[in-house]
Design a protein. Structure first.
Length: 154
């Protein structure tokens, strides 16, 4: 492991999945990595989730937009779903595309999971809604499965 890292964090949304018009081209899918390639950045960190969904086809959590297909209230949310789906329809995993590209461009890749957001579980469990959060055994088990999925499947 390196002694020092130059880390870049991409939140997956505002300058990525929200902005490209579907269907997403592979060059668009590579954009977050390519925009920092050939700089001092050696570690690409990607925010794989938010409280209402995950930005990859998880077997554990709820994929962003999965519960809203056909009734998105924002064009940006529709773009996220359609962009991810356009890659999946071509047998490309949106997360694996980024991981592979980071490695091709000489960067380590670290998925970043929001530890206080549990897309796929009852929202009442979230601390923001007055729930117990990680103090609840089912939340801890859920997050353990999420981390295990990222560590073993990716």
């Amino acid at each position: 492991m390196r002694q020092r890292r130059t880390i870049y964090f991409n939140d997956a949304r505002h300058y990525y999945l929200f902005v490209f018009e579907p269907p997403m081209r592979l060059q668009d899918a590579w954009a977050p990595v390519d925009e920092v390639a050939d700089t001092a950045v050696d570690t690409f960190v990607y925010g794989v989730s938010r409280d209402d969904g995950w930005f990859y086809p998880s077997k554990v959590g709820l994929r962003f937009g999965e519960d809203q297909v056909g009734k998105f209230d924002m064009a940006a949310y529709w773009r996220v779903w359609e962009n991810m789906q356009s890659l999946i329809d071509r047998d490309l995993d949106p997360l694996q595309v980024l991981i592979d590209r980071a490695h091709e461009r000489g960067m380590d890749f670290i998925p970043s999971l929001r530890m206080g957001a549990y897309a796929g579980l009852d929202k009442a469990l979230q601390t923001v809604n007055g729930g117990p959060g990680m103090a609840n055994a089912s939340v801890r088990e859920f997050m353990h499965r999420a981390v295990a999925e990222l560590a073993t499947d990716y």
